[in-house]
Ligand binder design. Structure first.
Ligand code: ADP
Ligand code: MG
Length: 212
């Protein structure tokens, strides 16, 4: 494996300093292969095993796209479970420490919807959530996805296993067509290919393991 420092990428100095502070010096393999494509604006399909650093791979791209002065959701990350959404939100907040006032909001089921609506009214730059609860907010009109630039489907294979296909479809339909769509998966069943065809434009593929 090649070892490549984050400083090889055209990243803002403040982001590089923060990566250094949180102990990220070298890119992991998935980051090394994905980030240049992601920063070039490509849609991506990434297949790599758990623990390979996929969150920072999309997180760095997501943060670079944000307009901090605009308090409306610009990135939406869909995750299969509340636990995973919570972990992703934590990692994004750590990566965003160099940016003052960036709000990362978690919207998952199993918790009352009222406080979430209140948080949305205060504004958020990044929303991380589970498909069911995100769809509930869309139905209620409490979440507006018109400003989304990046849509991330994290653990897409698990979301399909859990039967979130229709929710993902309904959610993607509410985001702008010219968004960047990033699909992450540990496995690559045929259905992932169909999901990609429906939601991505000319995606680049980063495959770090053979199909099981
Ligand atoms: P995945 O989503 O692929 O399962 P995660 O994004 O959860 O992986 O990352 C796995 C672990 O690796 C986390 O503890 C994260 O903090 C750490 N990590 C990610 N990128 C780096 C890096 N470049 N250098 C050091 N540790 C990293
Ligand atoms: Mg992950």
């Amino acid at each position: 494996m090649t070892s490549t420092p984050f400083s090889d990428l055209p990243l803002p100095a403040a982001m590089l300093d923060n990566l250094h502070d949180i102990g990220y010096r070298q890119m992991t393999e998935v980051q090394r292969q994905s980030l240049p494509l992601l920063l070039a604006g490509r849609d991506l399909i990434v297949r790599a095993k758990t623990g390979s650093g996929k969150t920072a791979a999309f997180g760095i791209g997501v943060l670079l796209q944000l307009e901090p002065a605009r308090y409306s959701p610009q990135s939406l990350v869909l995750c299969p479970t509340r636990e995973l959404a919570t972990q992703v939100a934590q990692e994004l907040r750590r990566l965003a420490r160099y940016l003052p006032n960036i709000k990362v909001l978690t919207l998952c089921g199993g918790t009352p919807i009222g406080p979430q609506i209140g948080s949305l009214e205060h504004g958020a730059h990044v929303v991380v959530g589970t498909p069911g609860r995100i769809r509930d907010h869309l139905r209620k009109g409490t979440l507006n996805l018109e400003r989304i630039r990046t849509l991330v489907l994290d653990e897409a294979d698990r979301m399909l296993d859990m039967g979130f296909r229709d929710e993902i479809r309904q959610i993607a339909a509410e985001t702008p067509k010219e968004r960047q769509t990033l699909l992450f998966s540990a496995t690559y069943p045929e259905e992932i290919g169909r999901l990609s065809q429906d939601f991505q434009r000319d995606p680049a593929e980063v495959i770090l393991q053979e199909a099981p």
